[in-house]
Write a protein that binds this ligand. Structure first.
Ligand SMILES: *[C@@H]1O[C@H](CO)[C@@H](O)[C@H](O)[C@H]1NC(C)=O
Ligand SMILES: *[C@@H]1O[C@H](CO)[C@@H](O)[C@H](O)[C@H]1NC(C)=O
Ligand SMILES: *[C@@H]1O[C@H](CO)[C@@H](O)[C@H](O)[C@H]1NC(C)=O
Ligand SMILES: *[C@@H]1O[C@H](CO)[C@@H](O)[C@H](O)[C@H]1NC(C)=O
Ligand SMILES: *[C@@H]1O[C@H](CO)[C@@H](O)[C@H](O)[C@H]1NC(C)=O
Ligand SMILES: *[C@@H]1O[C@H](CO)[C@@H](O)[C@H](O)[C@H]1NC(C)=O
Ligand SMILES: [Ca+2]
Length: 809
């Protein structure tokens, strides 16, 4: 008896441990995040679905996919008589429609691209039992529809007879996320599709790295000319052009390094600070820049104008500089540094109070003194300035008739506005259009965000945020100042970086959200206006968990010195940050802000960048972050080391490699395993569900290890034609097929040419070798190529232990 119990315990212990482990794993993973089978967030379809109606409001299908599913359904239902239709139709429909569920990736166990997906959505135990009792013989029909008919007929014939095996195959062990529980779980569905908040109310967003290796990137702008280029300025005096493809042109747009006054010390506020392009840049090819210079041993800020070269759209004429304005800076800090064109076509210049602490200059400081240009927002007109004065004064500038005031002044009482932007307005209603938002850096207590209006007094040095700084000035009834829309104390951050109101297309949840940050604390923040009360509601922005940000290319960490925010031509938002705030350290990265909870419906936000003629070479983009190799980047500082340099703080640790986490136990025998290369080639069997980026080898002689490369994208098999296709790219293909490496890569159709009906889907593929699919490599856009089938590529794959036969050398 004792012996028996003992044995029992022994037999039980591993199971118990396993159970505990599974439980812990689930607890640790917490709540699943909605995700589609294409590894992207769900969306609201543009047109309501007809067949899978329950996912019309939010899910993973558009109308096209919905139709595809309904065609499959009716094809399967042809096998039923009326009573069968009545009994089983609902199961068929529900099972087929789970592809449209916002939790599709979980139901199909597809979150991890390295493990096979389920062929059918994971069902809950009870539902599976009912299904088995009523309609078990329909399983083979569902599977037949997906893959190789005989194979599955044979396999399912045995499963269909045995409820346990049947449900082992179909059940998803996670009781919360199986169908239909996932649909009815109130907690999961309560805020489905909205930006998720963590328990502290922090909005969970993710990031995508779009550029790196930059030296204190201070500004990023676009030309609004249809090219979707970015112009990125570095503090030491360079401006670089990035194309819509993400590649950078090797020649600088502007190289002012010789003239710009700056230093490698961390926190030096001098340097090249901003660039703005003429609002009609396609016709008026001028750029305006804002930088620090030393003239006769005097520090100044200079605003000047450059003209584009006539024969190169990506370079300014360096000999065309014309000074618009120079202002003497009494101290090296508080140089302002924003330059932008308003919707009125005028140039706005944001100038700091001149520096030191407490705006000590003159009787009551510069900011409240309208005879001084320091501590002001200026507005000038640079239209038609080719002859005569470099700028004129707009006729409705607010202080034209005030005797002592400079006519350029548009608003005053500002301390050191760092980063201002103009609201494009709500895409549907236009509400908010033209509002000007600025972050104004505080003294020693509060950082603030202001909306700038004509003639406004923003309070400095009488006030800092909402509180009095200079008590005497503050109590003067004639101050009549405009309060910030938001101010935060120094325990949250010590140097505000103004941002943008999101008005892009790809992240519908973020519309109307003002996103900004803090340079010192690395905090990302947001404000949302309550339209009824006019109040701005604050929410911190946090990085989503690894689980939340598990979409291709997304990361959930960033360098903490947030230098600037930016908007691209389409209105998507970015921020520029660095790990080492020195003008010479190549530690700056540009991040795109991504909402993992919802995307716009597919096709809605497509852009077609107009072509750009390029002189010089392109430097392709390689993401560095989020691959587990975030490292401290050493500054190249040669002179004084900064005194208060802080170590790099990564807000979240880098993502773990995905291979380690699996939700369900190893699949039962009927779940097809990853392709192993054998039995493939011409006779390719659709043994597993095809996914975007799958590859196959097509060869005339039916050999499984070689052939012309075909890739599956958007529901079709297409070919790859490419002169750049290297062994590394070949290796990516071979790995996907279960081999270890590519023995040879053949170009110019040496392994066969596709017939005309096969589209060429990929060209200019350049891989590093570690990618999981050719789609992750650098490449032209899908379907964009400049070759013919005479250039189709092929590979010969090998598993390194043996050489294939019949291959010369
Ligand atoms: C399926 O079963 C039939 C008859 O039992 C057999 O001839 C055939 O080879 C089997 N097919 C597979 C793929 O196992
Ligand atoms: C930029 O200009 C400086 C001095 O004028 C020059 O030494 C440097 O090589 C230029 N850099 C580039 C990338 O053209
Ligand atoms: C205001 O600024 C002007 C220009 O810098 C200066 O000459 C004047 O003394 C200042 N006025 C006061 C009251 O400080
Ligand atoms: C209040 O401010 C006005 C204008 O700046 C000034 O003329 C006046 O002397 C101030 N009053 C006091 C009591 O400081
Ligand atoms: C706006 O504020 C009012 C009053 O505080 C509140 O009742 C309402 O829920 C708020 N609206 C939103 C969208 O937060
Ligand atoms: C076109 O072909 C040339 C030469 O094969 C190649 O260098 C280039 O990158 C190709 N692609 C495009 C989009 O021009
Ligand atoms: Ca203020």
């Amino acid at each position: 008896m004792t012996l028996q119990t003992c044995n029992l315990q022994h037999a039980f212990l591993p199971h118990l441990l396993l159970l505990i482990l599974i439980f812990l794993l689930h607890a640790w993973r917490g709540c699943c995040h909605p995700q589609c089978l294409d590894y992207k967030p769900p969306f609201e379809p543009r047109q309501p679905l007809v067949f899978c109606k329950e996912y019309s409001k939010f899910g993973c299908c558009d109308l096209e996919k919905d139709e595809e599913i309904s065609v499959r359904f009716y094809k399967i239902m042809e096998n039923f008589d009326h009573s069968g239709y009545v009994t089983c139709g609902k199961y068929m429909r529900s099972i087929l429609c789970q592809e449209c569920s916002p939790y599709a990736a979980h139901l199909y166990d597809a979150e991890d691209a390295n493990t096979p997906m389920r062929m059918l959505p994971g069902l809950c135990g009870d539902y599976c039992s009912d299904y088995w009792h009523q309609c078990r013989y329909t399983l083979s029909l569902l599977l037949e529809d997906l893959g190789s008919p005989q194979q599955f007929a044979n396999l399912t014939a045995t499963i269909e007879e045995d409820r346990r095996r049947f449900c082992d195959f179909l059940v998803l062990k996670d009781n919360q996320y199986c169908y239909p529980n996932v649909v009815t779980n109130a907690e999961l569905n309560a805020n489905l599709g909205f930006v998720r908040e963590d328990p502290k109310g922090c909005l969970e967003l993710c990031l995508q790295e779009v550029a790196n290796g930059l030296r204190n990137p201070v500004a990023m702008i676009h030309a609004d000319d249809g090219t979707h280029r970015f112009f990125v300025a570095e503090q030491l005096g360079y401006v670089w052009v990035y194309l819509a493809s993400g590649s950078r042109i090797d020649r600088p747009f502007l190289n002012l390094t010789r003239a710009v006054l700056t230093s490698p010390w961390a926190g030096d506020e001098r340097g090249f600070l901003c660039i703005a392009l003429h609002p009609r840049f396609t016709t008026v090819r001028k750029a305006y820049v804002y930088y620090s210079v030393s003239v006769k041993k005097e520090e100044r800020i200079r605003i000047s104008e450059f003209t584009l070269l006539t024969h190169d759209d990506n370079q300014l004429d360096h000999s065309s500089e014309r000074t618009i304005l120079e202002v003497v800076e009494p101290a090296s800090n508080h140089n302002g540094g924003q330059l932008l064109f308003g919707h009125d076509g005028y140039l706005y210049i944001f100038i700091g109070d001149g520096g030191r602490a407490g705006d000590p200059f003159g009787k009551f400081g510069n900011s409240q003194n309208k005879s001084a240009l320091l501590g002001k927002v200026l507005r000038v007109d640079v239209e038609d300035n080719d002859n005569g004065a470099p700028y004129s004064i707009p006729s409705d500038n607010p202080f034209l008739w005030e005797k002592e005031a400079r006519p350029e002044v548009y608003a005053y009482g500002v301390r050191n506005m760092w980063r201002c932007s103009i609201d494009r307005g709500d895409p549907a209603t236009g509400r908010g259009r033209g509002r000007m938002f600025c972050g104004d850096v505080g003294q020693n207590k509060y950082e603030e965000v202001d909306i700038i209006v004509k003639g406004g007094n923003y309070g400095w040095r009488a006030k800092e945020g909402f509180s009095c700084y200079d008590r005497k000035l503050c109590q003067n009834s004639s101050l009549d100042d405009i309060l910030p829309i938001f101010a935060y104390p120094h325990k949250l951050g010590k140097s505000v970086t103004g941002g943008y109101i999101y008005r892009g297309c790809q992240m519908p949840n973020l519309n109307g959200l003002y996103i900004f940050g803090d340079f010192m604390s690395g905090r990302l923040m947001s404000l949302k206006e309550n339209v009824t009360t006019g109040e701005w509601q604050y929410n911190e922005i946090c990085m989503g968990t690894d689980q939340t940000c598990r979409f291709p290319k997304l990361i959930n960490s960033y360098y903490k010195y947030i230098i600037s925010f930016a908007e691209d031509e389409a209105g998507e938002l970015y921020f520029l940050a660095t790990g080492v705030p020195s003008a010479t350290a190549r530690a700056g990265v540009i991040y795109k802000i991504v909402d993992p909870s919802r995307r716009a419906p597919p096709g809605k936000c497509n852009i077609k960048p107009s072509p750009v003629k390029i002189k010089g070479k392109l430097i392709h983009f390689h993401p560095k972050e989020g691959k587990g190799n975030l490292k401290i980047i050493k500054t190249t500082t040669t002179t004084r080391t900064p005194t208060r340099r802080k170590p790099i703080i990564i807000i979240k640790p880098p993502m773990p490699t995905r291979k380690t986490i699996r939700k369900t136990p190893p699949p039962p025998p009927t779940t097809p395993t990853r392709p192993r290369g054998r039995g493939r080639g011409r006779g390719y069997k659709r043994g597993r569900r095809l996914r975007v980026g799958s590859v196959r080898l097509v060869s005339a002689d039916g050999l499984s290890d070689r052939g012309r490369v075909e890739i599956f994208i958007r529901g079709e098999w297409g070919t790859v034609c490419d002169d750049l296709f290297s062994n590394k790219a070949g290796t990516v293909v071979c790995r996907q097929l279960g081999f270890t490496t590519a023995l040879a890569v053949m170009k110019r159709a040496a392994l066969g040419e596709a017939d005309r009906s096969v589209r060429i889907l990929l060209d200019d593929v350049e891989c590093e070798g570690g990618e999981r699919s050719l789609l992750e490599c650098k490449r032209s856009r899908v379907g964009k190529h400049n070759c013919s089938h005479g250039e189709d590529v092929g590979v010969i794959c090998v598993t390194t232990s043996h050489q294939p036969e019949g291959f010369p050398n």
